[in-house]
Structure formats: C-alpha cells, structure tokens
Design a protein around this ligand. Structure first.
Ligand SMILES: Cc1cc2nc3c(=O)[nH]c(=O)nc-3n(C[C@H](O)[C@H](O)[C@H](O)COP(=O)(O)O)c2cc1C
Length: 308
C-alpha cells in the first residue's frame, strides 16, 4: 500500500482555488503526509486534458499523491480516468462525493452521489474497473439531506474503495453545521477500510480529540491550512516555530512564481491576504499588493511585513 495507515495520517484537503501545486508543495515542507489535487471535473479532463494539466500535475515532494475527480457520467469518467492512468506518480484516484456547490449538484456530481447508496456504489465500482492506479478513495459527507453515512460508506467499501475520507456534515449542513464526529466513528466501526476524519480540525488538541472520538486512521485539514501551511507541524508535533510564517509565505511565493510565472503574483494575492491576517499594517499591505505586479517588489514586501 503506497499509503502508511499504521499511524495517524495527516492529509491536506482538496481545496478548489487554493490547494494547487505550489500550496501542496508548501504543506509538504511542514509534514503533510498526503496531498490531494483540487477537484477536477471529469468533463474538463476528458475534453480538454491539456488545459487541466495544471490541476493534476504534482510536485516531486508529493508522495503519496491523490487526484480528485468530480463526475456524474460514467462514459466521461472513463475518458477522464484514462488521462490520469497515463500519468506517473499518482497513487490514488479520489472520487468527490461531497461538493455541495449548486452547479455541481445540479449536474449530478459531488454530493448528488450521496442521494442513494446504489448510485454511489455504481460510480465507485465503475471507477474501480477503469483505474490503473494503486488506490481508490472516496471523499464523502454523512449524507445528502439526512445522515446515512454507514450505508453510503458500506456501498463504497463493497464497490472496492480502498479508503474513505468523511467530512462529518451532510450536504445540507454546508460548511457551518456542527461536525458529527460520533457519526464518523460509527462509520469507522462498520467498515474495514481505513477512514480519514474531516471537518473543523484546527488545533493539536482538536486533532487528538477527533482521533479519540472517531478512532479514525487519519485526519484531513482544509480551511485551517489556508494561510497557515505550518499547521501540519503543529498538529503532528505540537511544534510552533516562530519563523514558520515567514519561511512558509516566502517558499510558497517562490513555488507559485516557478509554477505560474509572472501570473503567480496575481494568484498569490489571496494567499497573502491570509498570511498577513493579524499582522501590524496588514490593511495597508493588502492595498499595496493588490496594485503591485512585479515579482521582486512583491517578494520584498512579503519579507518586510513578515519580519526578520
Ligand atoms: C475553498 C474551498 C474549496 C474546497 N474544494 C474542495 C474540493 O475541490 N474537493 C473536495 O472534496 N472538497 C472541497 N472542499 C471541502 C474541504 O475539502 C473540506 O472537506 C471542508 O472544508 C471541511 O474541512 P475543514 O473544516 O478542515 O475545512 C473545499 C472547501 C473550501 C472551503
């Protein structure tokens, strides 16, 4: 198994618009065990593989690495998986069964797959037949409108999923309903495959508590890593390095420029808004970087605001 589940695994959540290669590379520097691509639409991959290349490309630091696909149509899914089958270094294909975005759900993908365990079963078993990658996983929620996580997770297991990530909310719960860690624990008890717990984990203490309540094989961190990729070092080792923010922001910026060229300056702005939260003169800094496009100048501004 290219993933070691013998001790708790710490994974970076797929975060559309955020967890691109430069960001994933940065969290690896702080000890993330598993990284997952942003959600990639099977349609985009099947019909325009070149344009989606930036989404699935991985850094050499990423091992193990998962590519997440979002799909509703089996034929298109097959074409998309064939593109990924040809790429080296992808250990896992992950099926998105949790995205609540109306556009995605209307198209029958994401959390729409949670409406019926039989539907989820058919998608996962089709994926199992098509994929030539070592592992297959599903990132799911506890249900669509009501909680039926056990039936859904068993459908995934029976269809051949090798592990699951469970965000402890239903689709209706969006991103703010209380996370039901007990329900994740119930799933863990009922399936034999590894289960990763996800939802609102943002501190060392919370990570330990979630691992205790759920008995999960790992935890996945999303929003708490945005603008704070060093959180993996904190969660795993309770280590808080004073210089982490500065070195993270700078190496993340450098990785972004390397990957995107000058366009990286614009793409990095949202990250800088996060990195600068709570810092002295953050408002002025944000105004200034929003108007600056020169790589060297922006790097200098980051050095200045993040201190020596
Ligand atoms: C900006 C943003 C983008 C997201 N993109 C994805 C995605 O592409 N695929 C996916 O499965 N989940 C996606 N999610 C959900 C997260 O992976 C995660 O399940 C959720 O945020 C709960 O975890 P957290 O509380 O640690 O953030 C996204 C969430 C956010 C906030």
């Amino acid at each position: 198994m290219p993933i070691d589940f013998s001790k708790p695994l710490y994974a970076l959540a797929p975060l559309a618009g955020w967890s691109d290669l430069p960001f994933r590379e940065t969290v690896k520097l702080f000890g993330a065990d598993l990284t997952v691509s942003e959600m990639i639409s099977a349609n985009a991959l099947a019909f325009n593989p070149r344009r989606s290349e930036r989404l699935w490309k991985k850094s050499p630091l990423e091992a193990p690495y998962a590519v997440q696909l979002c799909a509703s149509d089996l034929k298109i899914l097959q074409q998309a998986v064939e593109v990924i089958n040809d790429q080296d270094g992808v250990d896992v294909i992950d099926l998105n069964a949790g995205c609540p975005a109306p556009k995605v759900v209307r198209g029958g993908a994401g959390s729409a797959l949670l409406k019926d365990p039989a539907l989820l079963f058919s998608m996962v078993s089709a994926l199992k037949k098509i994929s030539r990658k070592p592992l297959l996983s599903v990132k799911m929620r506890l249900g669509f409108g009501t909680k039926n996580g056990v039936a859904l997770s068993k459908a995934c297991e029976d269809a051949g999923a090798d592990f699951l990530t469970v965000h402890g909310r239903t689709k209706s719960g969006g991103f703010t309903a209380p996370v039901d860690y007990e329900a994740i624990g119930e799933i863990k008890e009922k399936v034999k495959i590894p289960v990763i717990a996800n939802g609102d984990i943002d501190s060392y203490e919370k990570a330990l508590k979630v691992l205790e309540i759920t008995s999960a094989d790992g935890i996945m961190i999303g929003r708490a890593a945005m603008g704070a990729p060093w959180i993996f070092a904190e969660l795993k080792e309770r280590r808080r390095s004073v210089s982490a923010a500065r070195s993270a922001a700078l190496s993340h910026f450098d990785a972004c420029i390397k990957f995107y060229g000058n366009q990286g300056v614009l793409l990095f702005r949202k990250h800088l808004h996060r990195y600068s939260r709570g810092l002295d003169k953050a408002a002025k800094f944000r105004r200034e970087i929003n108007n600056e496009t020169d790589v060297k100048t922006v790097r200098g501004m980051i050095e200045e605001i993040m201190g020596a």
